[in-house]
Design a protein around this ligand. Structure first.
Ligand code: HEM
Length: 423
């Protein structure tokens, strides 16, 4: 497929359905490519993306929000709605050191590999429960019946909040990412912002409940946490305020839902399209981790992320000015032919699998990576154990959400035959 990157438009619906030929061309011709249509440079080679990730002093994460920046009256209308909620403060994803380290330290314990490993039985119970709810149907819409509810239920367990608001959790997650990499109308963005306000008020209430009735959970830990016991630079050792706590909780709730949903959906698509790999997985479930990792590399649901240049610098031979915005394109780095042979092929046995950047790297490395990997591994194990054959029905249109930053299928219908398993 021949593509022209000189007028690359990430909002173009055709490009959004399959941006990979454009990324390949950028890697070949201009790995730090000025994209006139959105006024940013896109960084597409693995080594250059790594260079940015390793240098958070030059490439700041203080980009405000991950949505497209607004200006003029639109910005004012948006700010007016935001003012009805709690102030949005930068904590992890959108903070730089040293603040970033202080906030991240408060929650990193809850996502430590050991703590996440202890969640495996819960993740398995939720996974098996979902599969059993549709195993006799023979045909399902996989996104709705599996890929959405699994991460929503898991994060609700991790946050120890009641199950009765699961549908709202999903809606609030969607609202929180509505403006990321999309050009939805300002009215839709404002509507979504009302959802974010609703999220804030719900979790403010959950946090207040724990003030009078403490529990052994992450929200109570946030209430009791101080900034920062061990840091000599911090003299006022205060507790977190509500906007800070809500910012942290929002990232935990939102960052994991859509991304994990999109990965699980791509995993079943790739397995259905590669029957040899499905057969190998069924014969040897220990391949589940590799299957998940290769899915992450190929699908890279967080296709890219913003950085702001803090001082005049050069990257890949291209001059960048202080204040300029760039996008580091993880999805392109993950198909860099300098690292991966036949990068577009699904090959769970390939080398350098764990060098993929689906979760980023460096100080902002995804806090939920262990949790998502666990969900993907358990899903691959249980689906391959409980389903015999899988195929994609002819009803599928394979449409991806219209975002150039968060990429995933809107729906996916699969047909299957159940396997005979001892429960
Ligand atoms: C397949 C699923 C996921 C993918 C692909 C993904 C991807 C990413 C990426 C690429 C980053 C780094 C962004 C940057 O460098 O600016 C990131 C950061 C982050 N992720 Fe994830 N994520 C996933 C699941 C989760 C889950 C389940 C959670 C929480 C429970 C989570 C919480 C976070 C947080 C809090 C950050 C910010 C960390 C920081 O700035 O220190 N993510 N994620």
């Amino acid at each position: 497929m021949s593509v022209d990157i000189s007028n690359f438009n990430p909002f173009d619906p055709t490009t959004q359905q399959c941006p990979f030929p454009h990324y390949a061309k950028m890697r070949e011709e201009a790995p730090v490519h000025a994209v006139a249509s959105i006024g940013v440079h896109m960084v597409t080679k693995h080594d250059l993306v790594m260079q940015v990730l390793r240098d958070p002093q030059t490439f700041s994460s203080m980009f405000g929000g991950a949505g497209m920046p607004l200006s003029g009256p639109e910005r004012e209308r948006f700010a007016e709605v935001m003012s009805k909620g709690y102030p949005r403060v930068p904590t992890m994803l959108t903070a730089d050191q040293p603040e970033h380290t202080r906030y991240r330290r408060l929650v990193s314990r809850a996502f430590h590999p050991k703590v996440i490993a202890e969640m495996e039985p819960v993740v398995r119970e939720i996974t098996v429960g979902l599969i059993e709810s549709w195993i006799d149907k023979g045909r399902i819409e996989f996104v709705k019946e599996f890929a959405v509810p699994l991460p929503v239920r898991v994060i609700a367990k991790a946050l120890n909040v009641p199950d009765d608001r699961l549908a709202d959790f999903k809606r609030w997650s969607d609202d929180s990412i509505a403006g990321i990499g999309t050009n939805i109308s300002i009215d839709d963005r404002i509507k979504a912002e009302y959802g974010v306000n609703e999220f804030q008020h719900y979790f403010a209430e959950q946090l207040e409940l724990r003030r009078t009735n403490p529990q052994d959970d992450l929200l109570t830990n946030l209430l009791n946490a101080t900034i920062d016991d061990d840091d000599p630079e911090v003299t006022d050792n205060r507790q977190l305020d509500m906007p800070e706590m809500l910012s942290i909780v929002q990232q935990l709730l939102v960052a994991g839902n859509e991304t994990t949903t999109k990965t699980l959906t791509e995993m079943i698509r790739l397995l259905a399209e590669n029957p040899d790999e499905w057969a190998k997985l069924k014969a040897d479930p220990s391949r589940a981790e590799r299957v998940m990792e290769e899915t992450l590399r190929l699908s890279t649901p967080t296709q890219g992320m913003w950085r702001v240049v803090t001082k005049d610098t050069t990257l890949g031979g291209v001059d960048l000015k202080k204040g300029q915005r760039i996008i580091i394109v993880f999805a392109s780095a993950n198909r860099d032919e300098d690292l991966y042979d036949e990068p577009d092929a699904f090959d769970p046995d390939r080398e350098h699998l764990r060098d993929n950047l689906a979760f980023g790297k460096g100080i902002h490395f995804c806090l939920g990576a262990n949790l998502s990997r666990l969900e993907g591994k358990v899903a691959a194990e249980e689906l391959s154990k409980r389903l015999d054959t899988i195929s994609l029905t002819s009803n599928n249109k394979f449409e991806y959400f219209p975002s150039f930053m968060l990429r995933g299928l809107t729906d996916l219908e699969i047909e299957f035959t159940p396997a005979k398993v001892s429960k």
